[in-house]
Design a protein around this ligand. Structure first.
Ligand code: PRP
Ligand code: URA
Length: 210
């Protein structure tokens, strides 16, 4: 279990997640922190991108030097809160295409309700990075990844800033072929399926809604 999971152990990630948790962190700062944490996690999540040597002429001489090769990227935020992570990843990979999957959790059943899915086409030749800051029950992430696989996605990664053990195990088991990157593993879910200690409702904090 959790063989496909990486908890990103970096002091900058831990520090910024603690700032995200603080209920006194306002919308503007919260958005910036989500982007920064995403960028730091993206550095780890994209560690295995293939390189190829290309010829470059420096002011001194011509050399063979590594550049990104092969498979192209697709970033897929889960709406709404995943949108907050797009800027951080695009700062690293500005030519990536961006798809969107829309879903919200039913307040009573805590199950995901799908309302939108638009992915780059074709999707099968891309490395796909699915993003959502919160992995709680895992229902949304599991469903989003299943939708992407149905449309032909094969090389999928999932990034989440905070995860609950229940949700992490669920997605890890449902999709053992998907590499999962998490900034912090929290204690548990509460009766409303919110992550404890968590940071509250990520979508509301990013978009200033209540
Ligand atoms: C939140 C979060 C995830 C989901 C996680 O979204 O951004 O998508 O809940 O919960 P789960 O792991 O139990 O499925 P929410 O449903 O609140 O929608 P929003 O982003 O539009 O606010
Ligand atoms: N969604 C959130 O935004 N926060 C949680 O703690 C759980 C689900």
């Amino acid at each position: 279990m959790r063989e496909n999971v990486t908890i990103v152990e970096h002091p900058l990630v831990k520090h910024k997640i603690s700032m995200l948790r603080d209920k006194n962190t306002g919308t503007n700062e919260f958005r910036k922190l989500v982007e920064e944490v995403t960028m730091l996690m993206g550095y780890e999540a994209l560690r295995d991108l293939p390189l190829e040597d290309v010829e470059v002429e420096t002011p001194i001489e011509t050399c063979m030097t590594p550049m990104l090769a092969g498979r192209k990227l697709a970033l897929v935020p889960i709406l709404r809160a995943g949108l907050g992570m797009v800027g951080g990843m695009l700062a690293l990979t500005p030519t990536a295409k961006v798809g969107h999957i829309g879903m919200y959790r039913d307040e009573d059943t805590h199950t995901p309700q799908d309302y939108y899915c638009k992915l780059p086409h074709p999707i099968d030749d891309r490395v796909i990075v699915v993003m959502d800051p919160m992995l709680a029950t895992g229902g949304s992430a599991e469903d989003a990844i299943t939708q992407i696989k149905k449309q032909g996605g094969t090389h999928i990664k999932f990034m989440s800033i905070i995860a609950a053990p229940e949700g992490l195990d669920r997605v890890s088991e449902a999709h053992p072929d998907v590499q999962i990157y998490v900034g912090q593993l929290d204690r548990c879910l509460n009766a409303d399926a919110y992550i404890c200690p968590g940071l509250g409702d990520a979508g509301d904090r990013i978009f200033g809604t209540v």
